[in-house]
Unconditional design. Structure first.
Length: 426
């Protein structure tokens, strides 16, 4: 999930628009000439001039972190301290198989004071056996059960995966649906810099003359209103597969003529995610039990005349970047490659990115227990709440099958290093 995945609708309107007005004046003042209103270009024909092959975009390099940074206290309102015996299936899991994923998390976490000691031990210890790994976690971590706002313990587990699409670096009659990179006119408004708190501290926007306005939504982008010509990094042959690539947040393109391109989440248009599965259920187009990814794809094949309207119901749009070859998996929000069946996407307001999390759920469409240690290495726009996780199944058709039908009841335990600052945990 990239993943992909807020709005500032809860802001008082006066504060929100005051902040946007200020940033508009600042940006406009920096321009030598006023920006002209954007005129929607006509739909490009398939025979458009062939652009030069896109080059892989280098991964962004974070600024050097200090050797040790202070770990901000984690609010304990949604946490209840527990014991290892509370974790169902803890003795049956093999935490050693999550060791490399934990080491990947520690590449980022080791600069924080609360993680320094445990991450040093992780990075300097070869993968242990099953029992040694279990003893390591029990010695170095404390389990906290995650709670909903009403104090309940159950939430929702869904799944995502890395899909494979057919694609091309140049447009053809077959490959005519563009995979866009980040547009030049997309800006991020830093609300905290103006003393404004928001669920989304940096909403996406664009300039319209001297006004800051929301960026184009999906329907406007698809109709050609956004100035995206020249920002294509590839083309694919199926608009439904492209839509679900945006839902997943990363994927691979099997290129015509040979080779594979891996693409990953780069940015979004700032609009909230809305579920087309829920829309189809509400309209009576699909029963709830068939509103999976596979069920929606089957509906799309049978209803091509309704497809564009349904896809446009989700205004959120994801922009991608080409990833260099050789990375071990798609990159999550933590900036490290995800590990199949050991990485999850979480709501970072409640779960620190990089932390180990123990999940107690079931396999898709089953009552068979799925209870194991995971690493919180990604986020998603639809992943909201303390007891909420998106389970990364990996790459390929089998992973897609499991991910597409996963909608299970969930309980979660956050594992924090001994001494991690938690305020007022019950």
């Amino acid at each position: 999930m990239l993943m992909q995945r807020s709005d500032c609708n809860k802001l008082p309107q006066g504060l929100k628009f005051a902040a946007l007005a200020v940033i508009a004046v600042v940006i406009a003042a920096c321009r030598s000439t006023p920006e002209k209103p954007v005129t929607p270009p006509p739909v490009a024909p398939v025979q458009a001039p062939t652009p030069a092959p896109a080059q892989p975009a280098p991964l962004p390099q974070p600024a050097p972190a200090p050797a040790t940074s202070i770990t901000p206290p984690l609010s304990g309102a949604h946490l209840r301290r527990g014991n290892w015996a509370d974790l169902p299936g803890w003795r049956n899991d093999d935490p050693a198989t999550a060791w490399s994923a934990l080491q990947a998390s520690c590449n980022t976490l080791q600069t924080q004071e609360a993680w320094r000691s445990v991450c040093t031990a992780v990075q300097t210890t070869p993968r242990p056996d099953r029992e040694a790994a279990r003893r390591f976690f029990e010695l170095h971590f404390t389990p906290y059960q995650l709670l909903q706002a009403d104090g309940s313990t159950e939430g929702l587990a869904t799944g995502y995966y890395e899909p494979l699409l057919r694609g091309s670096r140049t447009p053809t009659a077959r490959y005519r649906y563009p995979v866009y990179g980040v547009p030049d006119d997309l800006i991020s408004v830093d609300l905290p810099a103006f003393g404004v708190e928001s669920r989304d501290p940096k909403p996406r926007a664009r300039l319209d003359g001297k006004r800051v306005v929301p960026y184009f939504d999906r329907s406007q982008i698809e109709s050609g209103a956004a100035p995206l010509r020249g920002r294509e990094i590839a083309w694919v042959d199926d608009p439904v597969e492209l839509f679900f690539l945006q839902i997943q947040g990363s994927g691979r393109l099997d290129l015509e003529g040979g080779g594979v391109m891996r693409v990953g989440f780069a940015d979004h248009n700032g609009h909230p995610y809305r579920s087309i599965g829920r829309l189809l259920i509400d309209r009576g187009e699909l029963p709830a039990e068939r509103a999976s990814m596979q069920g929606i794809k089957a509906w799309a094949q049978q209803n091509p005349d309704k497809l564009r309207e349904v896809l446009d119901y989700n205004p959120r749009y994801i922009f991608f970047r080409e990833l260099p070859p050789g990375i071990g998996g798609p990159l999550g929000a933590l900036g490290v490659p995800l590990t199949a069946r050991r990485s999850i996407a979480v709501d970072p307001r409640f779960v620190p990115l990089g932390a180990p999390v123990f999940l107690a759920t079931t396999w898709p469409l089953s009552s068979k227990p799925l209870q194991q240690l995971m690493l919180a290495q990604d986020t998603g726009s639809a992943i909201r709440g303390a007891v909420r996780a998106d389970f990364f199944w990996g790459y390929g058709d089998e992973a897609g099958l499991e991910a597409g039908r996963m909608k299970q009841t969930l309980r979660m335990w956050l594992l924090l290093p001994q001494g991690y600052p938690v305020s007022s945990a019950p």
